[in-house]
Design a protein. Sequence first.
Length: 553
Amino acid sequence: MESSQESRLGDKVVYQIYLRSFNDSNGDGVGDIRGITQRLDYLADLGVDYLWITPFFVSPQNDNGYDVADYQAIDPLFGTMGDLEELISEAGKRGIGIMLDMVFNHTSTSHEWFRRALAGDEAYQDYYIFREGDAGHLPTNWASKFGGPAWEWVPSLGKWYLHLFDVSQADLNWENPKVREELEDVIRFWKGKGVKGFRFDVVNLISKPAAFEDDDEGDGRRFYTDGRHVHEFLKELVAKTGIDGMATVGEMSSTSIDNCIRYSNPSEHELAMTFNFHHLKVDYKDGEKWELMDPDIASLRRLFRNWQEGMEAGGGWNALFWSNHDQPRPVSRFGDDTRYWRQTAEMLATCIHLMRGTPYIYQGEELGMTNAGFSSIDEYRDVESKNYYRILLDQGKTPEEALETLAARSRDNSRTPVQWAPDDKAGFTTGTPWIGIPDNHVTINAEAEVADPDSVWSYYRRLVGLRKSMPLIAEGDIRFLDVASDKVIAYERTLGDERLLVLASFCEDAGGPLPIPVGEGFERVIGNYPDVLMGEGRVTLRPYEALALRFAV
């Protein structure tokens, strides 16, 4: 069932830029806005339609910019307003829109609003979530997502404030209409600059409960996730800022299909699409991020089926992704990043890009970049990783065990500089990079891959082109297929008299021929092996193979 949202976004692809690690134009070791402008031809050649840029607003950088101190000013670390205006203009000339990252669940404690609150201004205290109490008794037992309590005591006020994330990130009080008006002004300001889309950080956490109580079942999230007023808050924000119809996406933490249908169904007038993260928890042992296990591909397949088919049935729209600035590199996480590195990278790309929704490419993913390979806590920069290193040691882990966990889970895995060239700075900077560069940049880099028609980069470029040239991919229905192997994901897309069969193997041995009769009369649309291995009308998948076959119904 095609919707106006589908027809508008189904053939689009978004490229995410983690600004400090993308490209450094001035040699200070940190990526910047002018660095993006320098690489626009590369991005245009890849074929992407939007650039989602992580926050570049004034910030103490305790959480790498997700702790915003001024929503309408650019941090000098990243450039000037003139630099941004040039980027918007130059990107527009190439048919690329800029999508900004709005962190509206919380602000930095350095924000003027919070400073006024600490100074005793009760009007600004109502911008945040303060609770009366005493220093010895937390208002609730809720846990911060970065570790430790979700409340911080302010002795000068005799009050606690809520911070679901770092202690320097105080949660905003969306129940206060003045807060909502302030945030609406922020959106209007950036729209006026020519911004074409917005990504809303953890936006389904903005509506807190009427009363705060202990959680005897978990960390508190069940009280504020997809909260009681979140849909009406979003409807109001969209209506008052005129962003309905723009490329908007919400990051939805621990959400549900039913809520994401409401968030993204065009008839609701909230957002264009949603991120959910359930499929990126299939390697969490007992549901714990910091407990390692091999990915459960059968669960991954079930989650994809539920979300793809469920969102389609309800008229919702998915943002499709394997990675972002908060996730490990998928080629290291879901496959073999050494022996079958290229096959893994291209299989993962095929699996996600041919689904129903709008694909997101996270910077360096199109090159097959891997996890960082750090071996010392001193190499890490991420506040969450450093916090959890200490927590893991307190839990009795050895330093070696804690570092093994960080090597697999740390957000810094995706934050190492984009590998542009094989030189010692990876073509990222002429100075000292703010974070280390993986050794494999000498072989995995844009300079080598853009010129190679058989590279991971060229494969991504073909996938982006297919979505734009084949309405079947952009607009078709989706149905997942049952296969005997727990390591294979299979689905089909249909539109009119066309059918596309997509197969993806997540292992070296998929268990022999698949029990899916293929027969004759198909066209091989794309695959990461040069041919189709057939026998008795059935396909046999090779290690980490991806394959898409088109049939006329």
